[in-house]
Ligand binder design. Structure first.
Ligand code: AHM
Ligand code: MG
Length: 340
């Protein structure tokens, strides 16, 4: 059911049959993310008032210490999912290690783990530019009843059960997939309800936007430099337009709607790239593929990379199918850069 104007709550109930091993647990989990998103949204929207209400480290009028927004977002998502006891473990970009969580009966019998980047692009908050939350959900691989282990989190992206993001932009949206396409819901802030506004989102097969931090050009591998020159050449429908917000969620969101490619390559400055495989690249790759797009490290499919550590970084090429394909052709000329 992808009926326009349905609320996120109605959509989750209507689509429960799509969820593998459906027992309502995944629906409750997505509901708790929806709740945390509303709380974080409220706080993000007050960010501009921070000079009036007090900045991070200050004490507010109730005697509570003000937190930085990324720390706040992390606490809200962790607390909401922990208090509802609906996952057996959470790993966050903001935390060094994963946490294992017991269910309400004191046992470890929840099925899912969540990996989350609570506030991606948070340096943009200070300048009133969109930020986002990214989440990724897996079924545990260790036996139900035991505490979640590292191997529950170190799964290939192909094993994801659901993934999504929340973009706190000119309007707040939650966009997610459970492996049956991608749907986007816009928050009506007056009543705190998300409505299905973007059913069955798809990347156009071609696009004319490229998004990369070009200031790092001299540090890029030759394949990326060559591809950028291709993007800028006056031929066919090029030069392309350059658009880079520096907030992955927003750059991805725009490219999915308009057609484009996002690249965060390796560089001499960040030899493994900057973005995290588990918190950023895998969930975005799942969404991209569900929306007809492609996500690769320049040489191979992101979701097939075998993770070795929680905070692992990888280069990321993601977006419209034909654009990523051409970028990969440029990279293929320098096979020595496939290893990082
Ligand atoms: P973060 O997790 O520390 O916020 O970093 C991730 C962000 C992405 O949202 C964005 O695309 C990228 O970092 C921007 O990095 P740079 O400033 O190096 O271009
Ligand atoms: Mg991040």
């Amino acid at each position: 059911m992808t009926q326009k104007h349905s609320t996120l709550g109605e959509f989750i109930i209507g689509n429960q049959k799509h969820f593998q091993y459906s027992s309502g647990e995944l629906s409750r989990l997505i509901n708790s993310i929806r709740l945390a998103a509303k709380v974080v949204n409220h706080e993000v929207n007050k960010a501009g008032l921070v000079d009036i209400l007090g900045s991070a480290g200050d004490t507010n009028i109730q005697g509570e210490t003000q937190q930085k927004l990324d720390v706040y977002a992390n606490d809200i998502f962790m607390q909401t999912m922990t208090n509802r006891q609906i996952v057996c473990g959470i790993a966050s970009e903001e935390e060094d290690n994963y946490v294992s969580i017991k269910s309400s009966n004191g046992k470890n019998d929840n099925k899912y783990v969540v990996l989350i980047d609570p506030l991606d692009g948070s340096s943009n908050v200070d300048v009133n530019v969109s930020v986002g939350t990214i989440f990724s959900i897996y079924r545990r691989v260790t036996p139900i009843g035991s505490p979640a282990q590292l191997e529950d989190f170190l799964q290939k992206g192909t094993e994801q059960v659901a993934a999504g993001y929340i973009v706190y932009g000119t309007s707040t949206m939650i966009v997610f997939t459970t492996g049956h396409g991608v749907n986007g819901f816009t928050l009506n802030p007056a009543i705190g309800t998300f409505y299905l506004s973007h059913p069955d989102m798809k990347f156009p097969e071609d696009g004319d936007i490229y998004s990369i931090n070009e200031g790092n050009y001299v540090h890029f591998p030759q394949g990326v430099k060559d591809y950028l020159k291709y993007c800028q050449a006056e031929e066919d429908n090029r030069p392309y337009t350059s658009r880079y917000i520096g907030s992955l969620v927003s750059d991805f969101h725009r490219n999915m709607i308009k057609g484009g490619i996002y690249i965060y390559p390796t560089s001499t400055r960040s030899p493994k790239g900057k973005l995290r495989l588990l918190y950023e690249c895998n969930p975005m790759a799942f969404l991209a593929e569900q929306a007809n797009g492609v996500a690769s490290d320049g040489y191979k499919r992101i979701m097939e990379i075998d993770p070795t550590e929680l905070h692992q970084r990888v280069p990321f090429f993601c977006g419209s199918k034909n654009m990523v394909k051409v970028a990969e052709e440029f990279m293929a000329k320098y096979p020595e850069n496939a290893k990082y």
